[in-house]
Every structure is written in C-alpha cells, then in structure tokens.
Ligand binder design. Structure first.
Ligand SMILES: [Zn+2]
Length: 322
C-alpha cells in the first residue's frame, strides 16, 4: 500500500514559502535547467511552528553520494510537533541533485560543490548551481547544520567541524553529542564558509560513511538536531546530554601515501596514537613490503581509508591533534 502523494508545488526561492502556522509542507525548488530545458528541482521540506522564531536550515547531500543526512532530515520531520514549534525548520534533503542522480560525490562538471561556494552568478555549471543555492535557499536561514559523510573508500567517526572560537557555533557543535569535534575556521569554498560570510552560524556534521544508511549514525544525527532546536528555544524538549564528552581537536590533517601499492591500515577509528606508531603498511601487487607509515605526532584517528589500492598521494588517515 502506498500513501497518497498530493501535488508538491514548485517554487523559485524560499521567499515564496507562505504556508499556514503549525504546518509541514513539501516543495520542489527550481534551481537550474538541464540540457533538455527541463527544470532541475531541489527537494525541500519545511515546518512552520505556531509562533514566530528563527529559521534553522538542515542540508544534506552537498556531495551526491552522502545519504545518512537525508534520512536524518526525514526522521526529524517525522518527529517534529509543529504545534509546539517556534520559527521554521527547513530541510534540504538533497542539495546536489545532479550528483545524487548519478550517485557521485562531485557535480556533473567534475567540480566539488563544497569547494566552489558561494559560486558565481555567471560562471561554469557548478558555480551557477552554487550561487543559486545560496541566493535562493541558504541566505534565508538564521542557522545552518550541513550534514555530510566520509567520501567513498573512507570511513569516519561521528564528528563535527566548526569554528570553536565562536560561542554559537561552539554550542551547536557540542549539542550534536559527537565522538569528536575539530576546530576548523570556516574555509573558503565550503557551504559552511558561505553561510558564515552571511553571518549565519553554521557547523558541518560528519554523519558516518557514504552510500549507506547507518542506523546508529542517523539516530545520533537526529538527536543532535533536536538538541539544537531546544537550545534555540524553538522547542521545549529536554537536551539529551552526551554519553561521554567529545574529544576536542585543535586541528587536523590527512596523512598521504608517498608511493603506490596496496595499503593495509593498522589503526582503528578513534584510536589514540603516539608519534612513531605504525599506522599503515603498503605492499606491491606481489605482496612485497614497500613502505611502513608511522604516525608523525601524537593524535587520534578521525577517519581512515578502507580502499587498499593507492597511487602516490593516496589518503591514509585523518589525524586529529588533541
Ligand atoms: Zn560531504
């Protein structure tokens, strides 16, 4: 049995949303036209509370193969009680529709949408898409939670990237109850950076792994958004405290292979490692040991490669410095 699916209206901007108080509505937001001249539309779901208040934006699938965030938004809206909500919650279920349809990370012109924000009004395809996304959707938010996952061939802990020197983004981060928080000032080209440039406090949530639904990650992500709604006084739910405090990292970086071959990781996610610890071994295709990689300094494993085949310059692991 399938539920009836009434016509979902197409809009051109979040400005066009004019729904009654205490309601949830679905929209298609027209953003570009494809090669046939047909509209490409972004799926949006919007909850308007019964009182005025801030607008919280939650975005998923800026990279087209990052799926956990989509389910977080679906679950969030299934749980929301609009009769006890102040303000608006806007879920952008799939930001990068062309990449989602192809199940790729990057936009159809080969560029990473999260490197070209806020785009250009007259630019190449990814830049135009980014520009309209910011202009028609993002700038209408008061706060932004941008949901990501690891990229293909890698796995992540449940962690947040945010500017911990700003009080609001610091709070938004802690409320996610993540395993780990990486202090990271908003960098050029990211959606978080574009939001920050518009004075919209924004954090990036890394909700697990690409191309899959992970139930525990989705549950954690949904709980984090509910905590933010409570903190912003948009709901009156109790804030769920963390099971254990997050590991705070002052910065982080990737460690790369310097030769080609087949890589075996010797460490696990969230493992604390010491300078000089063996983190990975690399063999040629015949099984002959080519390289042993040692930790350059003390740290914790935020994310790591699961893909053995690596050229020179392949990613080994994402090291957080505590
Ligand atoms: Zn991503």
């Amino acid at each position: 049995m399938t539920a009836a699916n009434p016509e979902v209206p197409t809009i051109l901007s979040l400005e066009a949303i004019d729904q009654p108080a205490a309601s949830i509505r679905k929209y298609w937001l027209r953003i570009i036209s494809d090669g046939l001249g047909e509209p490409v539309r972004v799926p949006i779901i919007c909850a308007r509370g019964n009182e005025e208040g801030p607008t919280l934006g939650v975005t998923a699938a800026v990279h087209g193969d990052e799926l956990n965030g989509i389910r977080v938004i679906q679950r969030l809206f299934a749980d929301l009680d609009v009769n006890h909500l102040k303000g608006m919650v806007v879920g952008v279920l799939v930001v990068n529709v062309p990449a989602f349809l192809r199940q790729t990370r990057v936009y159809t012109d080969g560029f990473d949408l999260n490197h070209v924000m806020p785009g250009r009004e007259n630019g190449r395809a990814s830049e135009v898409y980014a520009y309209r996304l910011v202009d028609r959707i993002i700038r209408h938010f008061d706060y932004l939670l941008d949901l990501h996952t690891a990229s293909r061939g890698r796995i992540n802990s449940y962690y947040v990237r945010a500017d911990m020197s700003q009080e609001v983004t610091r709070q938004l981060s802690i409320l996610q109850n993540p395993q780990l928080i990486v202090h990271n000032p908003p960098s050029d080209g990211t959606l978080r950076g574009a939001a920050d440039a518009l004075d919209i406090p924004a954090v990036t949530l890394e909700v697990g792994n690409p191309g899959v639904y992970q139930r525990s990650m989705i549950r954690s992500g949904t709980e984090g958004v509910h905590n933010v709604l409570s903190y912003l006084k948009m709901t009156q739910d109790n804030i769920v405290p963390p099971a254990s405090p997050p590991v705070m990292c002052k910065r982080s970086y990737w460690i790369y292979t310097h030769t080609g071959g087949l890589l075996t990781l010797e460490v696990n996610l969230l493992q604390e490692i010491k300078a000089g610890d063996l983190i990975a071994t690399q063999r040629d295709v015949f099984g002959t040991l080519k390289e042993q990689y040692l930790a350059p300094e003390d740290g914790i494993v935020i994310g790591k490669s699961t893909m053995p085949v690596n050229r020179s310059g392949g990613r080994i692991l994402h090291l957080g410095l505590v």
